[in-house]
Design a protein around this ligand. Sequence first.
Ligand SMILES: Cc1ncc(COP(=O)(O)O)c(C=O)c1O
Length: 384
Amino acid sequence: MPPSAQVQAPTPAVARRFFRPTWAEVDLGAIVRNLTALRARLKSGTRVMFVVKANAYGHGAEACARAAERARAADWLGVSSVEEGVALRDAGLRLPILVLGSLYPFESVLAAVAHGLTPIAASLESAKRLVEVAERLGRRVDCHVKIDTGMGRIGARPQAAEEIVRFLSRGGGARAQGLYTHLARAEDDPEFTAEQLRLFRGALAALAREGLRPPLAHAANSAAALKFPSARFDMVRPGLAAYGLYPGFEPALTLKTKIVFLKTVPKGASVSYGATWRARRVSRVATLPIGYADGYPRALSNRADALVGGRRCRVIGRVTMDQTMIDVTGVAAARVGEDAVLIGAQGRERVDAAELARLCGTIPYETAAALSSRVPRVPVGVGA
Ligand SMILES: Cc1ncc(COP(=O)(O)O)c(C=O)c1O
């Protein structure tokens, strides 16, 4: 039996798509529950934009978005590029989709609108292009104006953003449906966040005085939505919490592989490139078919643990491009074909993305988003 046949998969077709036994199970039920739990904390009527950019932080954008849409757990989807949005439209997703990234070159605006995506306007120049596109297509184009209140990435500074909204109100075929900002320090700096929110509120108030406040104001990522109720406005934009990568939410992704090779090495034997690990005793070494080309970082060499038989087993020697070795000495369950969990729970043990991120000196966003296209995503749970 090929190893893939043992993979618990929703349909035989999915199981047959891969043979190398390395895959990521994505619990769509967990994602729906996380979004629902977040929504339950919001005032009724506050919308939820599920941020599914970067292949849903590595979780598989299509399946995640579809699960949220079917369960009515989100009102909007957020992507970073026209390409990501078009892929979701091609897959049949119907929720409104905001393209959060900059629309450069401007030709992409045409593609965005033609595919029913909502573009942003981060400068007067881009707002003018939206008006041109609206005229060319002979239809109204809704956009969200991006105001930079302290992130310093894309977006017009407050007064310039107000000017963009005023320009769009003059009836040129494009309309400011939303005004939004992004918070740079919601996780760790309430004062910085308060100042960003003050600037945002100021712009909204100035526009409201002229009767121009866009219907959808939004600012909050997961941390802000949870920590700062005043940042919720008309809509929140969770990514991290939806995937269970934020404390208190249910992790949705389990990165699994199987032992494909097992050997006993004598005391003093070395393992992998550079011989950075040597056996201090007779040891059992298991080889896992996963490496840094799968997004399992080389920085985890000799540092991370994988779970086998519910026990932590240290990664030994350098993680290579396609394979990684672990020390399974004394782990009775270890045999060829046995499951190994690299991210997620097994028995009572858990290795979460945050643990791996810490070991690499990075953040769970990067750990999840780095999982490469070589790792099949297998949806499980509700809606899979
Ligand atoms: C503009 C914007 N909104 C919302 C989010 C979601 O943030 P989080 O994953 O922290 O909830 C992101 C992600 O970086 C973003 O860039």
